[in-house]
Ligand binder design. Structure first.
Ligand SMILES: Cc1cc2nc3c(=O)[nH]c(=O)nc-3n(C[C@H](O)[C@H](O)[C@H](O)COP(=O)(O)O)c2cc1C
Length: 486
């Protein structure tokens, strides 16, 4: 278990996964350009130690590869976490009461002792700033030329349901308006916004706490698309196999991870909005300006010599692509448990999570591919998926070239495309109106007579195994000839 961000930095450095940059750099655009070049060459995490005008270092690309995310979560491979979830979920009520009970006990054991735990003090309180609180001390990035200004890009935003008291934590960017005021860019479908709408109805001021830099498990859990009322810090505890320790804020009735690097305490008024954006977003395009709530800071606390964790998003691949890929792998067993026909899924980086999902299924009845599409369109944040391609189980969805080859051969476009109207991602800019538009599902599975297809369906071309074996035995003599320079 890695307890905090600085321990993670040490581990990254030991593993050769982090470099320190001592050259003076500007947090206005320059850090983005360096981090963008680094991520596009599969480079390491970057610790900028000399940011012009600031004494606080900036950590970038900290989770910018699956290897680093596995290190962050203390596993050899990100699929180890999926396997852990798979083992927990590996029961069926049909298997008898005893098996079910023992599975439920193992779930309880896994979750026992990983609930967020309140503690008295925390390192995030080493420095407490009330009247002197100012964001100006932190090297907040302006990421892209047309951004409206500086944005805090990797904040963990803690909110509380005013009716149930249940916490939520999500990563929502915050545009810096002045030294104690920021935007609060929670998308309308996300839980922070759902909490906020309750405060608006109650005409009540909403207390909000923001942690910048915490344990890697807390950070990654905050991005995870968890169901309503499933607190991210419980999931973080599950990931790191130990409770996240939470400490009470100074000026508001909220808790934050005790080992956070920086904590912003404050409130959002229910009747105040301000223009937020534009911002160079993870679609690779600017998200356009719009009205969002405003966050007022009442107090800042931080560790001595804090690290400022930041990220940038933009044309893929960027750091968030790898976080999204890890989430795809970790959540696959859960999706398969609900929809057992699903074999694998792939959300390619270019699809920026919500634009493309490729799914392979074991098709066993007419219309099965369409059932899968509709299931995906009703599943949490997957409801936004603009294009779903469903292929048969033998197709390797991780190989986009194979998917393109099979799908283009297998579809009759008019028959196999299904359009769906519904909610679309906040960042979707192609629909006529915000938040609502169409999606397409492409049934690229083999069609069967029960679906009205009466013609023979051709097999894919595959060489005989015996011939392959024979050529394998000749290959060591043939290969050098084939490789010979002309
Ligand atoms: C770097 C980064 C920046 C993000 N920025 C935002 C944002 O500004 N607004 C937003 O609503 N979601 C943003 N997200 C996505 C949410 O954090 C994510 O969808 C999360 O599951 C939302 O949590 P919630 O469902 O509890 O609200 C961002 C994710 C990452 C990795």
């Amino acid at each position: 278990m890695i307890k905090d961000l600085r321990e993670y930095v040490e581990i990254l450095e030991q593993e050769g996964e982090l470099i320190r940059i001592t050259e003076p750099v500007d947090c206005n655009l320059e850090i983005t350009e360096i981090a963008d070049r680094a991520i596009k060459m599969n480079g390491p995490a970057l610790l900028f130690e000399h940011v012009k005008g600031y004494s606080i270092p900036v950590l970038m690309n900290a989770f910018g590869s699956l290897k680093r995310i596995a290190l962050a979560l203390g596993v050899n491979d990100i699929n180890d976490i999926a396997k852990r979830i798979e083992t927990i979920l590996d029961f069926s009520p049909q298997e008898g009461i005893l098996k079910t009970l023992s599975s439920l006990v193992s779930i309880a054991n896994e979750l026992k002792g990983v609930k967020a735990k309140s503690v008295k003090g925390g390192k995030c309180k080493e420095v407490i700033l009330h009247k002197e609180a100012t964001l100006e001390q932190f090297p907040v990035l302006k990421c892209w030329p047309l951004d409206a200004g500086k944005f805090i890009t990797f904040p963990l935003v803690f909110t509380k349901d005013p009716e149930t008291g249940i916490y939520n934590c999500g990563v929502y960017r915050m545009q810096v308006y002045d030294s104690t005021t920021t935007g609060m860019h929670w998308h309308i479908h996300h839980h922070g916004a759902k909490h906020y709408s309750k405060y608006v109805q109650m005409k009540k001021r909403m207390e909000v706490a923001v942690a910048i830099g915490a344990s890697p498990a807390a950070i990654l859990a905050s991005v995870a698309p968890l169901p309503d009322d499933f607190y991210e810090m419980l999931f973080a505890g599950f990931l790191q196999k130990k409770s996240i320790e939470m400490v009470a804020c100074e000026t508001i009735d909220m808790e934050v991870p005790a080992d956070s690097e920086i904590v912003l305490e404050g409130y959002v008024d229910p009747d105040e909005e301000r223009i937020e954006g534009p911002f160079g977003d993870h679609t690779g395009f600017y998200s356009l300006e719009d009205n969002y709530p405003v966050f007022h800071i009442t107090c800042i606390t931080h560790r001595k010599n804090p690290l400022y964790l930041s990220t940038f998003v933009g044309r893929p691949p960027t750091e968030d692509c790898f976080i999204g890929k890890a989430i795809e792998r970790i959540f696959l067993p859960l999706i398969k448990k609900q929809h057992p026909e699903i074999v694998d899924i792939n959300m390619p980086f270019e699809g920026v999570f919500h634009n493309l999902m490729i799914v392979s299924i074991k098709k066993s009845y007419p219309g099965h591919a369409r059932k899968t599409m509709n299931a995906i369109w009703s599943m949490g944040q997957a409801m936004f998926t603009k294009v779903i391609i469903v292929v048969d189980d033998w197709v390797n969805v991780q190989n986009v070239s194979e998917v393109a080859w099979v799908a283009l051969n297998y579809i009759d476009p008019q028959r196999d495309c299904q359009f769906m109207q519904g909610p679309v991602e906040t960042l979707e800019h192609a629909t006529d109106i915000p938040y609502y538009g169409s999606k397409i599902g492409i049934d690229a599975t083999k069609k069967i007579p029960a679906e009205g297809f009466k013609r023979p369906w051709p097999d894919p071309i595959v060489m005989d195994a015996s011939i392959k074996d024979k050529v394998d035995s000749l290959w060591h003599t043939l290969l050098p000839l084939l490789k010979k320079p002309k």
